[in-house]
Ligand binder design. Structure first.
Ligand code: GDP
Length: 445
């Protein structure tokens, strides 16, 4: 019998209400120790006074919810205490629970682990739940909710059911070669497998966007020292994150902020100032800073190239501009000249100091980001590299099925595909799936 676990489920710190969760066979005993009463009606909020079971001291008055297993989040008996959200209140109740037999503080993720073990959530849904809790923008929330609601799991299960069916037929022809099986079976099986393969390919096509949505697109701010990169980052983030300094080359490491652009997450990175080849010798620290900036520029989804409007742009820095670059012509408050067209890009006139041009820059960036995320047309179902690798493996195995010389080898490929799919949802029981299918067959009984 596993221990009963308890933990605060709401965030740390002062709050109006804090929710504490208890899960396990001792949940109702723990509740009785605190309230002196039997658990209330299931799933009904009930007011109760909570006392220290040893001293009898009143700890708090709060709402109690009772979810008897298996109809609970973890599948076990669960109690939820809605306490006043003061630190002392919460810690006194946690302390009292810790003194009860077989009750231990929960490890991170322990409630969800139990929900998974009880079959309440599969692995893809667990990931959806984790993503929902960390979602920072609307698009991330939508994607996480879809996955938590089984969007990915249902897709996987449908593929598994279809493949298991084909595998069962194939095994039947191997095991019972004398049985009369429909002759068009093989054609139908290959057709279905090929349509699963194309469905997989379509999902793989949007996997990159799914992963980017979880992690955020990367935008690197690049340019010569003193062009106003840190100032721009600060204006964009509307908070002080990078040091704005008068001396050249002070931003030596990469400073990042997370932004929400039209519901989509982006990570904006300020980089060390770049110096053109014609500049005087660099010290090693600055050279390292520049190396990191260029590395960042390569991996970024978009680049903001910032230039000082009062100076001539250095050509080798300009050469970094590509199709995913916006050129910012900064400090226009000092130089009221029309921004030039450089490297086929119209530079955006900007003043990080006065805020002029900032709304236009944010619009341009948002449009680019929205366009990138809507490129694939459909809503991505694969959201992690883990999913992508599993589907790639399954799809590669299905590619081989049709070309195998022996049905035994095709069957083995189907098993490989099924196992790869099983890994996505955390259940790799190919034999169980087959049992279900074979029962419909009745061959040889
Ligand atoms: P970085 O090295 O590219 O990150 O440049 P900073 O953001 O540190 O800015 C360098 C200097 O330029 C600082 O003194 C800023 O106050 C100043 N600066 C930045 N943007 C503007 C601007 O739009 N107008 C004016 N007049 N000064 C600016």
């Amino acid at each position: 019998m596993s221990e009963t676990i308890f933990a605060p489920s709401s965030g740390a710190g002062r709050a109006g209400v804090s929710v504490l969760r208890i899960s396990g066979s001792q949940a109702s005993t723990a509740l009785q120790s605190l309230t002196g009463q039997l658990p209330p009606t299931p799933r009904r909020a009930t007011l109760a006074a909570l006392h220290d079971p040893d001293s009898g001291e009143l700890l708090d008055r709060g709402l109690v919810l009772w979810f008897p297993g298996p109809a609970s989040f973890t599948g076990e008996d669960v109690v939820e205490l809605h306490l006043h959200g003061g630190r002392a209140v919460v810690s006194s109740v946690l302390d009292a629970l810790g003194r009860l037999p077989d009750c231990v503080p929960a490890e991170p993720g322990a409630f969800t682990r139990r929900a998974f073990d009880a079959g309440k959530l599969d692995l893809a849904e667990v990931e959806g739940l984790a993503d929902l809790i960390t979602a920072e923008t609307a698009a991330q929330r939508r994607q996480a909710l879809r996955q938590l609601d089984g969007g990915l799991s249902k897709r996987i299960e449908q593929w598994q059911a279809r493949l298991a069916r084909q595998l069962a037929h194939l095994e039947a022809t191997i095991d019972f070669p004398d049985e009369e099986l429909p002759t068009d079976l093989e054609m139908a099986a290959l057709n279905d497998i090929s349509s699963i393969r194309s469905e997989m390919r379509q999902d793989l096509g949007s996997a990159d966007i799914g992963e980017r949505l979880r992690e955020g697109l990367e935008i690197a701010i690049l340019g010569p020292p003193n062009a106003g990169k840190s100032s721009l980052l600060n204006s964009l983030a509307k908070r002080e994150v990078a040091i704005v300094a008068e001396t050249a080359g002070t931003t030596r490491d990469v400073v990042e902020v997370r932004l929400d652009l039209q519901g989509y997450p982006v990570t904006l990175a300020d980089t060390a100032g770049l110096r053109g080849a014609q500049s005087e010798a660099l010290d090693p620290v600055e050279a390292e800073g520049i190396r990191r900036s260029l590395e960042r520029a390569q991996s970024a989804d978009f680049k903001l190239l910032v230039f000082d409007a009062t100076l001539r742009p250095e050509l080798d820095i300009l050469s970094l501009a590509d199709a995913n670059t916006l050129i910012c012509w900064n400090k226009v408050d000092l130089a009221e000249v029309d921004p030039p067209t450089i490297a086929n890009h119209t530079a955006l006139p900007l003043s990080a100091m006065t805020g002029k041009g900032l709304p236009e820059l944010i619009d341009a960036l948002s449009n680019a980001v929205v366009q990138r995320f809507s490129e694939v047309g459909s809503e991505p179902v694969l959201t992690r590299a883990r999913h992508r690798r599993a589907i790639e493996e399954a799809s590669a195995a299905l590619d081989r099925v049709a070309t195998q010389s022996l049905p035994e080898l095709s069957a083995e490929d189907l098993r490989i595909a099924l196992r790869a799919l099983g890994r996505v949802v955390g259940r790799v029981d190919v034999e169980d799936l087959l049992d279900v299918i074979f029962r419909e067959f009745c061959i040889g009984k």
